[in-house]
Design a protein around this ligand. Structure first.
Ligand code: GLP
Length: 241
């Protein structure tokens, strides 16, 4: 695990975007694993800058997202599909047929999980997986638990995550309680992983991720077992380390 401590959110965004940009330059047809949340927004802004100034070409890039809420229409502004098109895909030349997210409206959840697993396999796996981190140590929607799921699955969100998401929804009933997510094996199979973290709210979990025992109680601690993980975190996120 390489840990880069940067000053603040903007520096985190530039550094992480720099790694993704290098991947695209070295392998223009790379498969990116993408994440949502407030953390990667600045990273996506930097990638759009790179595209606009002619340094980056997304025409052959493929992407698969980590997760999607169950029950949200892609046009719902809280869906991860909406987020990705709004914050990245609509602003670069990635082809629509080349980006993938789980379908939150799928009627048969088991079938949807199998379909999404198959897409990732058919692309040859993920070259670079971008991750944020939940305040409870979740990655994607692999929540702290006695056991973790390997492959794409429908996850039940914990109260901690539901509460963390409350700010984005009008009422408690509107907050999704389940989400489709890559499993831990899916994430760990990525050839390279970049985890970005910013802000004081992440300070408590970061020592457990980086130095803590490897435990399903902190799903991100499993990343210690991966051969190529880069953590880019700002001073606030690393303030308890
Ligand atoms: C959600 C996402 C995660 C993300 C986390 C943290 O739960 N499923 O992939 O890492 O939120 O979000 P934020 O970056 O807004 O702190």
């Amino acid at each position: 695990m390489r840990v880069y401590k940067v000053k603040n959110y903007d520096e985190m965004s530039r550094q992480a975007a720099g790694i993704i940009a290098s991947m695209i330059t070295l392998n223009p047809a790379c498969v990116l694993g993408l994440a949502t949340g407030s953390t990667p927004e600045g990273i996506y802004r930097e990638l759009i800058k790179g595209y606009n100034n002619g340094d980056l070409d997304f025409s052959e890039v493929k992407s698969v997202n980590l997760d999607e809420y169950q029950g949200l229409d892609p046009n719902n502004d809280q869906s991860y599909y909406y987020y990705m098109t709004d914050k990245l895909f609509n602003h670069v030349n990635i082809k629509k047929e080349n980006y993938h997210l789980p379908n939150g409206l799928a009627e048969d959840a088991a079938k949807e999980c199998a379909r999404y697993d198959e897409i990732i396999k058919s692309l040859g796996g993920v070259d670079l997986q971008l991750l944020g981190i939940g305040i409870n140590g979740h990655i994607g929607f692999n929540e702290p638990s006695e056991k973790l799921e390997k492959d794409v699955h429908l996850a039940k969100l914990t109260e901690s995550t539901i509460n963390a998401n409350a700010r984005f929804f009008k009422s408690y009933d509107d907050i999704p309680k389940h989400a489709f997510t890559m499993g831990v094996r899916t994430i760990m199979s990525a050839r390279k992983i970049v985890l970005a973290a910013s802000g004081k709210s992440k300070a408590e979990i970061m020592p457990a991720v980086i130095n803590g025992p490897i435990t399903t109680a902190v799903p991100a601690s499993l990343l210690q077992l991966h051969p190529d993980v880069t953590i880019i975190a700002d001073e606030d996120a690393l303030s308890l380390l």
